[in-house]
Design a protein around this ligand. Structure first.
Ligand code: UTP
Length: 293
């Protein structure tokens, strides 16, 4: 099996859960502390050895590409003024050795359709990663995708990030049934938003995937499903019928669904509390307002 060097980041969605903020600003450009969401996700990809990011984008999302492009005017201004620390922040936006390629999804026909739009950029026999750019995966030691690469190397088959959720929350997520075998967690089934009594486990699918090349032809055959969209989950069900699939349980870290207002607020608070420069004064501030309210 070939090495995984490409990651598809679908950014062509409408972000309607976050209106009015996302009317003119892409959801993926919302900031957590001082960086747009997508910058965190590209850093996670780079740490995992990804060298090509395939953005599946839309005409209204040009600011994402601009963020990762050079801005000569700003750079020369900072250079002239000797503001080297700020210049460094700009130089570090795109990790070294990473290229960005854009393809368009003309209409938001669903996550599955967005991934299919990246097909022309991949070789027919090429495995690839998919990362949802509105989901942040914090881990104090090693990024989620980098850890998944190890599971992929061991099993040489599709690998899906899973995270335990509280039992009463299983009905909000895609849930995986798993069986522990000697090389890891083999996925036995995927169930979309099950009731507690029907849930095969409390392991939810969390927005990081490594797929074998077989996914693309299956996606191509997938018809519109829930919400009149081409659903990634439907193609994954088919893939599971043909090939084995492994789960990677993300532990000692935490995911944040920043496409949702509460998830986004939690990410801002917790990332600020982890920020060396901000944490002490931010902690004092939080203690202060929680005491007075
Ligand atoms: P979401 O369902 O979270 O994004 O898809 P959305 O549709 O933009 O959000 P809401 O529900 O209206 O608020 C996860 C990721 O897939 C992308 C989104 O941009 C997001 O990053 N996506 C979704 C596409 O690229 N194309 C689509 O047709 C749908």
């Amino acid at each position: 099996m070939k090495r995984v060097t490409k990651a598809i980041l679908p950014v062509a969605g409408l972000g309607t859960r976050f209106l009015p903020a996302t009317k003119a600003i892409p959801k993926e450009m919302l900031t957590v502390v001082d960086k747009p969401l997508i910058q965190y996700v590209i850093e996670e990809a780079a740490e995992a050895g990804i060298t090509e990011i395939i953005l599946v984008t839309h005409s209204s999302k040009g600011s994402i590409e601009n963020h990762f492009d050079k801005n000569y005017e700003l750079e020369s201004e900072l250079k002239a003024k000797g503001k080297n620390d700020r210049l460094k922040l700009l130089e570090d936006i795109l990790p070294k050795g990473v290229k960005i390629i854009s393809v368009r999804q003309p209409e938001a026909l669903g996550l599955g359709h967005a991934i299919l739009c990246a097909k022309p950029v991949l070789a027919d026999d090429e495995p690839f990663a998919v990362m949802l750019p509105d989901v942040l995966m914090y881990h104090p030691q090693q990024g989620c995708l980098a850890q998944m690469m190890e599971v992929y190397t061991e099993n040489k088959t599709s690998t899906i990030a899973l995270e335990a959720v509280a039992e009463q929350d299983v009905e909000k997520y895609g849930i995986a049934g798993v069986k522990l075998i000697n090389t890891g967690l083999k996925i036995t089934q995927l169930v979309e938003k099950p009731t507690i009594d029907k849930a095969p486990s409390n392991l939810s699918v969390v927005g990081r995937y490594i797929f074998t090349p077989r996914l693309m032809p299956l996606l191509k055959r997938t018809k519109k499903g829930l919400g009149e969209e081409i659903q990634l989950t439907d193609a994954m069900d088919k893939l599971l019928e043909e090939e084995s699939m492994f789960g990677f349980e993300f532990i000692d870290g935490k995911s944040y669904d920043c496409g949702d207002k509460l998830g986004y607020l939690k990410a801002n608070v917790e990332y600020a509390l982890r920020d060396k420069k901000l944490s002490s004064s931010f902690k004092d501030y939080l203690a202060d307002i929680t005491n007075t309210n």
